[in-house]
Design a binder for this molecule. Structure first.
Ligand SMILES: Cc1cc2nc3c(=O)[nH]c(=O)nc-3n(C[C@H](O)[C@H](O)[C@H](O)COP(=O)(O)OP(=O)(O)OC[C@H]3O[C@@H](n4cnc5c(N)ncnc54)[C@H](O)[C@@H]3O)c2cc1C
Length: 398
């Protein structure tokens, strides 16, 4: 499909934003109107919003991944499995680990990276829920702690689990972990009262910005499952032995999982784009300011609400951006009108483990099994968007 005269679109990252952009282009571009290349470091797309489950071991990591070649039409999109190493906007090219690609239009959808806010030791000693590989490691690590405890029964730090951050990822992971612990205790013949799960959050509340009544309900559900909250308490330091809190308390633990912050992909800053924590404040058409050939979506982009506050980086945001972006790429090629991006929140639901969740959908507060059901509908809807009914039937059992 390579023709020197047709515009070349390169999409970096096949996450939520990148895959939706690619699929929309695949559907809407006319034959030979553009040459589209999708670059991703794995040959699968992962459903990040599902990763807290395999991380805790309550589901198989396989269920969170989808083969990219099963989603795209290779006659319309070239897929390159490679890691992007450097973006060179002045040369309109991207250096890959195994070559380079040049572009007329570049889409950057490389997702985010953990933000550790300079807390000493966190980068080195904590785990991060970021990818299929990272959640496999966390799952194995948790099981291994139980096995180690059986050999050294005085080491309760093996059975102490610390989750840093009580945002959506932290809360959802804790819900799953709390469900998994009783099963692990049974499997390894461990007294459940020896296990401790801590959730540490520096902000004055869990799920900052979320409805206080639902937050209260969610915390009670998790407390009843054995979770101890340390809210309004920063982690001062992390070491191989555990964490130290701002008030000096030390929690000995061999398992610290950090979910407390996210920043844009480091390639964004390295490319010289003006960014705040790796995220670029895009123009209304999702372009990097001052450039009409580079678009940014998902966790790498920064979009502000009408009150001037940045929207949190979410899958919902990345999907909606991907839809607008496909339109704007085609409009750029055809010389027609670009569309301004406006975010429309369809609601938010956080799971609290099996059959329990809290959320606000269409301005209605939901909790318990109704919210958990809604969470499933949201997951299924996404599968339908990217892979239609076949994907819903293949992966939709979670
Ligand atoms: C555990 C967890 C739970 C979440 N739950 C929710 C939720 O319930 N609802 C919600 O709306 N949001 C949720 N989020 C946030 C949501 O997942 C992100 O906002 C969303 O994935 C961002 O999409 P993206 O397209 O920017 O990047 P991503 O989906 O992160 O995709 C980035 C892609 O780029 C690839 N990549 C990265 N670097 C390179 C490179 N150098 N070269 C090539 N490829 C590269 C990656 O492999 C990946 O495929 C959750 C996040 C996590 C971690």
């Amino acid at each position: 499909m390579s023709d020197k005269n047709i515009p070349k679109i390169v999409i970096l990252g096949a996450g939520y934003g990148g895959i939706v952009t690619a699929l929309r282009l695949q559907k809407q571009l006319n034959y030979n109107e553009a040459d589209v290349t999708l670059v991703n470091k794995h040959d699968y797309h992962y459903i990040t919003t599902h990763l807290h489950m395999p991380a805790a071991g309550t589901d198989d990591p396989q269920n969170a991944r989808v083969n990219i070649l099963k989603l795209i039409d290779e006659f319309k999109i070239d897929f390159v499995k490679s890691t992007a190493l450097e973006i060179r906007p002045a040369e309109k090219k991207v250096i890959l680990e195994n070559g380079e690609v040049s572009y007329d239009y570049l889409v950057i959808g490389l997702g985010g990276e953990p933000e550790t806010f300079g807390i000493p030791g966190l980068k080195e000693h904590a785990h991060f829920i970021r990818s299929i590989n990272s959640v496999r490691l966390i799952r194995e690590h948790i099981e291994y702690q139980f096995a180690k405890f059986k050999r050294e029964p005085d080491r309760t730090d093996y059975l102490t689990f610390v989750v840093g951050g009580a945002g959506f990822t932290g809360i959802e992971f804790i819900g799953e972990l709390a469900d998994r612990i009783p099963k692990l205790c049974k499997e390894f013949d461990v007294d459940p009262s020896l296990v401790n799960i801590y959730n540490v959050e520096a902000a004055p509340t869990a799920l900052p910005g979320f409805d206080p009544e639902l937050v209260q309900y969610g915390m009670e559900v998790l407390q009843n499952k054995g979770v101890t909250f340390k809210i309004g308490m920063a982690i001062k330091e992390c070491s191989p032995d555990g964490i130290v809190l701002a008030d000096g308390e030390e929690i000995k633990s061999q398992t610290v999982i950090w979910t407390g912050g996210i920043r844009g992909n480091r390639l964004v800053e390295e490319a010289g784009f003006e960014a705040m924590r790796g995220r670029v404040k895009v123009d209304p058409y999702l372009r990097v300011p001052g450039r009409d050939d580079v678009f940014m979506i998902g966790d790498c982009s920064l979009v502000f609400n009408p009150e001037g506050r940045p929207y949190p980086p979410t899958a919902q945001m990345a999907i909606q951006q991907g839809e607008t972006l496909a339109h704007n790429l085609i409009a750029s090629i055809r010389g027609t009108q670009l569309k301004e991006f406006t975010y429309q929140s369809k609601g938010t639901v956080a799971s609290l483990g099996k059959g329990e969740a809290i959320g606000i959908v269409f301005q209605r507060k939901l909790k318990g099994s109704t919210a958990a059901f809604m969470k499933k509908i949201i997951d299924l809807r996404y599968l339908y968007i990217i892979g239609g009914l076949p994907l819903v039937f293949r992966k939709g059992h979670f």
